[in-house]
Each structure stands twice: as structure tokens, then as C-alpha cells.
Design a protein around this ligand. Structure first.
Ligand code: GAL
Length: 353
């Protein structure tokens, strides 16, 4: 049974049962939206993750757990392997287990609205982590400034390649971040496009952020343009890895600048090795510490106010947007290594004395 039909079925069944289940049967329900926890009580945070497929999510999982526990709270972490129906049932289970607050990384920005509704019906607030939930009354959004991620990628590449043919390899359209990143990229590239200095000769999304799909897209881009490509911007390092494999197959790796995101180890190695130009480093340590502190405070009933808001199609969501960092071979040591995100030996190999 395919994913979409399974999701519709699970939604239908849970709505059917949700609708007829008396309030008190859903977790420790109290009348809607009022949930009282004694500030000395140990609160329990639920963390519903989309996937652990990309390297960064393993860091998010470990560092968020550490940060919440250091604050004296409990945390239950689940990952849905990119499956919307599974993310829904996992979240329902967390709610029934009596969590005090739900933190969520949505696989599908739209489909996750149903989870927010269920949590609120049980009096549980929801924080969108790294990725926004669309069209839902989300209580807080904590992420990096994803538009700035795109701007940093494009600025680095445009400096090296002010004229020529560009390829854009976007991420998964189920993820709201891909639209913000792409908006940032074109904020920077559009004037050069308007001047006719650069031409976007290929522009494609990548289903589920799959490196294999990115490889196929880049192979198609090279074939369609007779290998006349001067620069590539890929939405993250996993897709950049697929792009560089396709360039390698044409003997072009290291000759065409490529941008990525996430400061994955493999990307850091490619950057110091010369086949990738840059990545955008997002200190996960800071994101997890901020999200954990906010989650515990809100779980204890504290109101959190922000200066920034991001519209999700339904409301202006109170938001905390952290600043990302562009990384090239020049500042690798002062950023990713200095923070201990990767060790020098891991990035440079045994030569790193
Ligand atoms: C995005 C995230 C990126 C990236 C991607 C794939 O939402 O911001 O860091 O890795 O998901 O999981």
C-alpha cells in the first residue's frame, strides 16, 4: 500500500476515533489548551524527528537529548524514516504517553498540521524544530535563517563564477526549508541573471533529499548542456555529494565550483580536498541548547515571546532564527574544527598534526 494511501487511511482512522474518543482518553487530557504542570515537576519532552538519514540529524538527536537531560527534564525521541503516516502514529503515541511538550521536525510541512491539532487537543504545545509546520497554530519555530543559508551559498559561488552556466539542485519540496534556501540563492543571483551574466541552465528539486536522485539530476544537467556547466549550487551536502559523483564521472570534479550545506564530514573532506567549494555550517550545539531550554520552559507553563515571526500560511509564528556560517577551506579550522563539530584528523586525515 503506498505511503499516501496509508497516510490518508491513518488520518481517517485517527480522526474517526479522535472524534468519538472522550477528551480524557487522549494522554493526560484536561480541557483544551490548559495544561498545568508544577514548575518543580519533572517535565517530559517528546521529540518527533523526520529522519536520521542525514549525518546532522544524528547530532541533533544526541545533543538535544543531552541538553534536555542537563535541564533535569525527560525526553523521548522517535524518528519516522521519512514516512508521514509513521510520524503521525509516533506523535500520537508520544501524546498518549503524557508528554508535556512536543518538538517536531516535520517530514511533510503540510501533513504535520494534523499532529499539531492533536497535540493542542491534548493541551500540549508544539515547537517546530529546524523546519516549519505549515498552516497550523504552531507555538514556536526554532531554526537557522534558511534564506541566509541560500544567500551565503550564492555569494560564495558568484564571487568565483561571475559569468556562465549555473545548475541549481534543490532539496525535497515536502520540506519548507527548500523554498527559503532557494529564495535566498535567487536573492543573490537574480541581478546577475537579469544582466545576462549568468544563466540557470538546469533547476530541479530532489525528492527526499536523496543523493542518488541528485546524481541522476546532475548527470541529466551535464548531458543536456554538453558538460558546459560553470557552477552548481546544491541545497545540502548530501545532494552536493551526488552532484560531485556525476562530475567525477565526466572527469570534471574539482574544476566546477559546488556549494552545499550542513558541514557534513564528507563535505568538509571534499572542501579541503578541492572537489567541493563551500558548505554552510549550522552549529547544531546552539540549536539544540536553545530548543531544549525553550521546550522545558514552555512545558512548565512559561510563556515565551520572540522578536521575530515567520508566517506559515495560517499565523505569524513566534520564531528564533540562528545565524549560519559559510565555510571554505580557508576558515575550516576557525569554525567547524574550532567548535569540535569535526576533528582535524577526521577532516584532514592523519596528516593533520
Ligand atoms: C533540511 C535541513 C538541512 C538538510 C535537510 C535534509 O531541512 O535544514 O540541514 O540536511 O533538511 O535532511
Amino acid at each position: 500500500m503506498n505511503k499516501e494511501i496509508r497516510l490518508i487511511l491513518v488520518l481517517f482512522i485517527s480522526l474517526l476515533f479522535g472524534a468519538c474518543a472522550p477528551e480524557e482518553s487522549i494522554g493526560k487530557a484536561v480541557p483544551e489548551k490548559i495544561r498545568v504542570t508544577d514548575s518543580n515537576e519533572t517535565v517530559k519532552i517528546g521529540f518527533s524527528m523526520d529522519t536520521l538519514k542525514e549525518e546532522r540529524w544524528l547530532k541533533d538527536q544526541a545533543l538535544f537529548k543531552k541538553a534536555v537531560e542537563e535541564l533535569g527534564a525527560e525526553v523521548e525521541i522517535v524518528a519516522a524514516n521519512g514516512d508521514d503516516a509513521l510520524q503521525l502514529t509516533q506523535a500520537e503515541t508520544l501524546i498518549q504517553q503524557g508528554i508535556d511538550l512536543l518538538v517536531i521536525v516535520p517530514h511533510n510541512a503540510e501533513a504535520t498540521a494534523a499532529i499539531v491539532q492533536k497535540a493542542h487537543r491534548a493541551g500540549i504545545k508544539v515547537i517546530a524544530y529546524d523546519r516549519l509546520v505549515k498552516n497550523a497554530d504552531i507555538d514556536l519555530y526554532v531554526s537557522f535563517d534558511n534564506e541566509q543559508v541560500g544567500e551565503m551559498q550564492a555569494e560564495s559561488i558568484l564571487e568565483l563564477v561571475p559569468t556562465g552556466n549555473y545548475v541549481y539542485i534543490g532539496g525535497a519540496t515536502t520540506d519548507n526549508n527548500v523554498h527559503l534556501i532557494k529564495k535566498g540563492v535567487f536573492n543573490v543571483l537574480q541581478p546577475a541573471i537579469n544582466r545576462g551574466d549568468i544563466k540557470i541552465v538546469y533547476d530541479q528539486w530532489t525528492e527526499d533529499w536523496s543523493p542518488e536522485k541528485a546524481f541522476l539530476n546532475m548527470t541529466e544537467a551535464l548531458a543536456a548542456n554538453n558538460n558546459q556547466i560553470d557552477a552548481v549550487i546544491a541545497a545540502n551536502d548530501a545532494t552536493a555529494g551526488g552532484v560531485i559523483q556525476a562530475l567525477e564521472a565526466q572527469g570534471l570534479a574539482g574544476q566546477i565550483p559546488v556549494a552545499g550545506q550542513d558541514a557534513e564530514l564528507a563535505a568538509a573532506q571534499r572542501i579541503v580536498g578541492g572537489t567541493q567549494t563551500m558548505t554552510v555550517y549550522k552549529p547544531i550545539q546552539t540549536l539544540t541548547q536553545q530548543a531544549a531550554a525553550l521546550a522545558v520552559r514552555m512545558a512548565k507553563g512559561e510563556d515565551v515571546t520572540t522578536v521575530k515571526y515567520v508566517n506559515n500560511g495560517k499565523i505569524d509564528v513566534p520564531s528564533i532564527l540562528l545565524t549560519p556560517i559559510p565555510v571554505t577551506a580557508e576558515n575550516m579550522r576557525d569554525t567547524v574544527i574550532a567548535d569540535g563539530f569535526h576533528t582535524g584528523t577526521d577532516v584532514y586525515g592523519a596528516v593533520d598534526r
